[in-house]
Design a binder for this molecule. Structure first.
Ligand SMILES: [Zn+2]
Length: 304
């Protein structure tokens, strides 16, 4: 079965702590490796999680606050030193290329591999990566600077062929792929055997949404309706709601309400402010609104 796995590399917010690094995640989507945000220390986090740095194919940056992209110059330089030749594409808000390439150029590094930047926008949901078996979208979030979330979505899978039935009808091998695509079988005499007799339903396509940083923003539900797993920031508890509003972050209760509006299957909350030592209240505040919620931690692996 094709993999769809998320590794949380950093689950903290602005300030790194002993237990939590700032934001970064690695998504293995059918053996394409996508890094979502790249805070300071991300290359070390990849190493600690036994993920080869050269595996990264794409990097997506949500916004230009340091705790989401200050790890980029270091990672770009390390990939060069390790002899990378494979291209890498980085998606992020306007200004990212200038900020990162300024660092690369001032250190006179002539990168050995092609580095390409693609700007994201915060006007509407947009398809940014299309692959034969999945799609990745950016969509607007509500924060102090232009910010996008990212939606990772499998395309509908091929129907599952039932070889025992195929054998009964003497279906030749070269027909099998067409049947998996949904075609009826027609033999040499023109007899038709319906596709639904020869196949069964595949697993429904899965999806994962990365939503950080953002204030409470119900419009998210229109972008990622029926998502399987949503990662949503929960920087604060309700007692610090004022601080959340000022800094355009969410409380745990906000995150739970968004998950409910999205009709999500599971909610993972993270980006906890370093001011809290005990995170249990985050769960207690979320559960009345959305019961299937867990706290993110560094090194957590989510099988979507
Ligand atoms: Zn931010």
């Amino acid at each position: 079965m094709l993999k769809f796995k998320v590794t949380i590399l950093g689950s903290g917010s602005a300030v790194p702590t002993r237990d939590r690094n700032p934001t970064a995640q690695l998504i293995n989507l059918h053996n394409t490796y996508i890094l979502a945000d790249c805070a300071e220390g991300t290359q070390l986090c990849l190493r600690e999680n036994s993920i080869r740095l050269q595996k990264v194919d794409y990097i997506l940056i949500s916004h230009l606050h340091g705790d989401h992209f200050y790890g980029l110059p270091g990672l770009i330089s390390t990939l060069h030193l390790l002899g990378r030749s494979k291209p890498i594409t980085i998606f992020g808000p306007p200004g990212l290329e200038k900020a990162v390439m300024g660092m690369v150029e001032i250190s006179r590094s002539n990168l050995r591999y092609p580095l390409r930047f693609v700007e994201t926008q915060t006007e509407h949901k947009e398809l940014i990566i299309e692959h034969s078996t999945f799609e990745i979208y950016s969509f607007p979030l509500l924060h102090k600077v232009p910010t996008t979330g990212f939606l990772f979505e499998e395309k509908p899978k091929k129907r599952l062929y039932r070889p025992e039935i195929g054998e009964d009808f003497g279906i030749p091998h070269y027909w099998i792929d067409r049947i998996k695509q949904g075609q009826d079988y027609i033999d040499e005499e023109g007899n038709r055997i319906l596709n639904r007799l020869l196949t069964k339903d595949p697993e429904p396509p899965k999806s994962y949404a990365f939503c950080t940083d953002t204030a409470y923003y119900p419009k998210i539900a229109t972008f990622i309706q029926d998502v399987d797993v949503i990662y949503h920031e929960a920087s604060f508890l309700v007692e610090d709601k004022k601080r959340a509003l000022e800094t355009r972050h969410s409380t745990s209760q906000d995150a739970a309400q968004i998950a409910m509006l999205c009709n999500a299957r599971k909610l993972v909350i993270g980006h906890f402010s370093a001011r809290y030592n005990n995170l249990q209240p985050f769960l207690e505040e979320a559960k009345p609104f959305f019961n299937n919620v867990v706290l993110a931690y560094d090194g957590m692996v989510i099988n979507v």
